[in-house]
Design a protein around this ligand. Sequence first.
Ligand code: HEC
Length: 82
Amino acid sequence: MQGWMKGVMGRALAAGDPDKLAQALTTVASKPVAGFSQWAAISAEGAAKAKGGDIDGAKESCKKCHALYQKKYQETMRDKPW
Ligand code: HEC
């Protein structure tokens, strides 16, 4: 997932492309992870904002999820396929 985040999410954000960002966040929302109860909700919220062209709003969802889950994911899920 780290590689996907860097390649797909990072690139969509760097390109400032709301469509790609919405697509990437929708993909994340469609793959909820057991035990990470806010995962899909945060992603869906970000995707909705990106769709509306609100890139700064979408970035909030990156921050929210990373703050809540990045560490936990690395500790418990890293070796699992995403
Ligand atoms: C619903 C959760 C979630 C959302 C939303 C999310 N991320 Fe992530 N992101 C993660 C997790 C979990 C990792 C850690 C993956 C790992 O290290 O195996 C990660 C890692 C990353 C990394 C790699 C950091 C590194 O070098 O280790 C980048 C870059 C990144 N995310 C960018 C983004 C951007 C940009 C957005 C928003 C547009 C975003 N992410 C939204 C969960 C999320």
